[in-house]
Design a protein around this ligand. Sequence first.
Ligand code: SF4
Ligand code: SF4
Length: 365
Amino acid sequence: MSEIMNEAHRVTTICNACRYCEGFCAVFPAMELRRTFTDEELKYFSNLCHNCRGCYYCCQYAPPHEFQLNYPKAMAELRKETYSEFAWPGFMGKIFKNNGMAVFGITLAAIIVLLAAAIGANGVQAFFTAYTGPESFYNIIPYSVMLVVFTLIFLFSLFCLGKGMAAMWKITGSKPEVFFSLKNHIQAVKDVLVLRYLDGNGEGCNYPDDRFSFIRRKFHHATFYGFAGCFVATLIAFFYDHVMGWPAPYDFASLPVFFGTVGGIALCIGTGGLAYLKFVMDPEPYDASTTSMDNAFTSLLFLVSLSGLLLLFMRSTSLMGLMLCIHLGLVLGLFLTMPCSKFVHMVYRYAALVRNAQEQRDGKA
Ligand code: SF4
Ligand code: SF4
């Protein structure tokens, strides 16, 4: 058994005897349905935990007590191990070891390839020409390239995430029928949409320090709904272009631009705020080895939304080609790294909430 798993067993056994934190989050009620814990169940717990830190600042056994109990850190360390273990294809698991550099390198390569291809195909003068009207983006990157490359990579990454979720379900010993219960998904979706466990029982999380605050929840909401807004904008634009035959770019008053702008601003605020909180937070209840993974993900989301907004305002200028390649390169980097970046936490946490919904309804593990 690894040291990390050993520590997860040690702290969970102490907590299950104490049970002081039972109202804080989904982890403790799940713990209380069990008398002993398998490695698989602790991997499930680690993905239910979202590092709110409530159980660290209230704990009578936290450092400097001799038990040195640091439950959020133990769960964060184990959670990172599960990301590698669940990854599909297996080699992607290795990318979590030096995640920040990998995400940065893949994204930079995507930008450089797009820039080189666009300049190579069009020539420098055409690349820096101001285009206006429908299909102006296709003067820089052809329609067929945008459609085929981006769709294929996005679908492949979704497939990898699906395989990762299936691996998580199997490795954590979750029953298949639990996943196919509509009731469980309805409850899990509700929990996600309101970020139920980030409210610390009505007082807020202990984040970025020991004081109760809703600030992390607000930035998390902005990030989640900002991302959703951008995704909706992309879907509408896809429908307009490929079904209705109305090619981009669209008017400022159009639905894709509306959702993209509101979503992009919210995403910038949310990811910027989360990055700031991470910078000023108390580092004790945290696994410092995840810093590069966390920062790479929030930075990438921030840059995708910022570059999208800049493209909107520069689309009629001679810098449109440059901005388009940078924005699409960042989007490509996001798509390529979805199965091997912090993005996976959305998938595994959701799966853990689905299982938790069934357990809490049944009152048994
Ligand atoms: S974190 Fe501390 S206070 Fe909370 S249940 Fe565990 S031992 Fe008890
Ligand atoms: S850090 Fe928060 S979410 Fe994680 S186990 Fe402790 S109270 Fe629960």
